[in-house]
Design a protein around this ligand. Structure first.
Ligand SMILES: Cc1ncc(COP(=O)(O)O)c(C=O)c1O
Length: 471
């Protein structure tokens, strides 16, 4: 059947297709068991890449709106609703700023599929629950610092000192505790940096494919965000727009491809920022999970001109729901960033920061990291071995020795359809996020191993191989 989808070429196309089809299912225009056009047909109708349509379909399948039936197509699910819901039309006298309808709200993480290769989450079973119960419990006493009066916006000073010390040894970063600002995760650090550095309409550049939340936060603030291509050496510095005020990069483990920014490009990027009077945001996420000794210096420690802002997070090593991260900034931005943090939420949860300080000071962080790194290394090796085996006929792995996921480029157009079929067969992998209007070509897939046990990996990869081989 034909489905009416209208695209605004300025927004994220997969997101628009997803939302319009979801609304059509919710308000009953698409009925249970109705077949959707094949991804090829819809892509042709809308003049977009097939990967764009596949991304939207995959999300609708994952959220339960559609089901892929191997060999026959994609069908509308009967939703457990008594009545079709009314379309969510804007009503009432108040309307949000024009940018907000195009900013998606992420769905709940949802139930685990049988073979869970989703990306972005660590294994919550590895979290040291007993230690944290004790450390947090210690904070809820009248004499504890954690329940005292509000503190300075930058956060708990002992924790900031310990983070500066930890990064000094682990990442050879030289930072004063005064220049460490505690945040609610990397996401808030990006928000604060944008507020402080981006005038409305200013240009920010981020890697493409890249970390979509960085794009969304700066777009929501009124910036123009440009996707800059990535190759096997990481961000292509020569492709940066000359007017970018801010460049977001993931040098130690590019998200999502996994490549490391080469030393040559690091030096070029720093020189580019000096020439163009721009700032660089270095997101060093996942650098704790490195499975080789080889390691390049962070941009922050190569920077001699005070242009690099370094962001880190405890989301992956501990839990994303803690919402705890930090920003290391040049002293010149200290006042503005502290003021931005104050007007945003005054300061990050103090009992949590105090417990984190104890966790670091008592050596528990290092021990925990050693333990989880062993677990994730094993999963990494299993996935790498499977991708080098029979699956290599369908996907080309991007070599990477860090993080909680491995990426691969899909060979051949039919492979993207097979991934949708794999999802229906219980094997869930993610596609590369789309930062620019043009989808990455060839399409990429991300195999997360934060959630899947090592002994399940081989079976999941074998099932995926079956879906690819029978396409
Ligand atoms: C590239 C990248 N940066 C940062 C983060 C962590 O963000 P946050 O600290 O906001 O949870 C993630 C999590 O998946 C990520 O993929």
């Amino acid at each position: 059947m034909d489905v009416a989808v209208r695209l605004d070429r300025n927004g994220i196309l997969a997101g628009q297709i997803y939302r319009q089809l979801r609304d059509a299912v919710l308000d009953g225009r698409l009925r249970p068991d109705e077949a959707l056009p094949s991804s090829r047909d819809l892509a042709e109708q809308l003049q977009v890449s097939r990967n764009t349509v596949t991304t939207a379909y995959e999300r609708l399948v994952a959220e339960g709106y559609l089901t892929g039936r191997p060999g026959s197509g994609t069908f509308v699910n009967a939703l457990p609703l008594a009545e079709p819901t009314a379309p969510m039309l804007p009503s009432g006298p108040l309307t949000p700023r024009a940018v907000w309808p195009s900013i998606p709200v992420p769905p709940d993480f949802g139930n685990a599929p049988e073979f869970d290769f989703r990306v972005g989450a660590p294994d919550t079973r590895l979290f040291p629950y007993a230690a944290w119960r004790r450390l947090l419990g210690n904070q809820f006493r009248p004499t504890a610092v954690g329940t005292g009066m509000p503190v300075e916006p930058a956060g708990h000073f002992r924790l900031r000192t310990l983070i500066a010390r930890h990064l000094g040894t682990a990442r050879s970063i030289r930072a004063n505790p005064q220049d460490v600002l505690m945040t609610c995760g990397v996401q808030q650090a990006l928000d604060l940096v944008g507020r402080v550095l981006l005038e409305p309409g200013a240009t920010a550049a981020i890697e493409n494919p890249g970390y979509e939340p960085a794009k969304l936060v700066w777009e929501a603030q009124g910036a123009r965000v440009t996707g800059v291509p990535v190759d096997e050496e990481g961000l292509i510095v020569d492709a940066l727009p000359a007017n970018a005020r801010l460049v977001y990069v993931t040098p130690s483990h590019q998200y999502p491809t996994g490549v490391a920014l080469s030393l040559r490009r690091r030096v070029e990027l720093l020189a580019w920022a000096r020439r163009h009077d721009a700032a660089i945001v270095e997101d060093d996420y996942d650098s704790e999970f490195r499975y080789t000794r080889q390691q390049l210096e962070p941009l922050h420690s190569l920077d001699r001109s005070g242009r690099v802002l370094y962001v880190g997070s405890f989301s992956k090593v501990l839990l994303p729901t803690l919402r705890l991260g930090f920003l290391i900034h040049p002293p010149s931005l200290r006042h503005a960033l502290h003021a931005a943090k104050f007007v945003t939420d005054w300061h990050t949860n103090l009992p949590l920061q105090a417990a984190m300080a104890d966790f670091l000071e008592q050596g528990m962080f290092t021990r925990h990291l050693r333990r989880v790194r062993r677990v994730y290394r094993q999963r990494h090796e299993r996935i790498a071995a499977a991708l080098a085996g029979p699956l290599s006929a369908y996907v080309r792995v991007v070599p990477s020795a860090a993080g909680l996921h491995l990426s691969a480029m899909v060979r051949g157009a039919t492979a993207a359809d097979a991934l949708v079929r794999a999802r229906a067969a219980g094997v869930v992998v993610a596609s590369f996020p789309e930062i620019a209007a043009a989808a990455p070509d060839p399409p990429g897939v991300i195999f997360g191993y934060g959630l899947i046990d090592a002994h399940r990996i081989d079976e999941g990869m074998a099932r995926l191989h079956h879906c690819l081989a029978t396409g």
